[in-house]
Design a binder for this molecule. Sequence first.
Ligand SMILES: [Fe+2]
Ligand SMILES: [Fe+2]
Length: 226
Amino acid sequence: MTPVMPQLDGRTIAHEQRLPEIYRHLTRLEPGESMVLIAPHEPGMLLRKLLAEFPRCFDWGPLQRGPDAWRWQFTARRPDPRTIAGYLCWDHRRMEDLLHEGTQAARASQWAQARVSLDFYADALLRHADIEDAILFPAYEQLSGGLADSPTAMMRHEHTEVRAAVHDLARAAREAQLAALEAALARLGAVVVEHHTKEEEILFPSMDESMEPAAREALVEQLLLA
Ligand SMILES: [Fe+2]
Ligand SMILES: [Fe+2]
């Protein structure tokens, strides 16, 4: 299992103290270190402030988006220029960690832990596929001039398969059904491993190489805020 990340529960902090306290915790992180912030509402305003005040300093993504708590994972990074591969590969790796944690817990009959990790995994993955579909693939299609052999149609189809498998996986965890969970895992693995490899070895690097640095960074910021 990966080490448990420190958590800051923003719901327990007085409103006027919340932002400085969040900044204090985030800026203590060394590059590569992570924490989880629990917020009482969708943290879009906070994320915009972080981009403005600490540009390039953090990667982030959701673990839970409501209805009563919003959990966001933050990882500090060296403030180098952002790349598409840098951000989306970070998101792939954290999803793999969540899937591994949830699977190990289920196989050890630790169903409460399995449910938490796999619900987080599902939320992270559904959002990841959504932002690729809505922001990344259209940008790629524009860059490639709408070539007939664009790989994005296949990638979108794979996202549909992955979403269905992830719903089955989370349901199997909620129902503590190991056989159903293993079946959903096999279905997921048949698509997601190759899908991520194609993105990481072909799609992301080709976009990073063909975009101007400012446009590339603006696209990553759009992904971060979506
Ligand atoms: Fe994808
Ligand atoms: Fe991806």
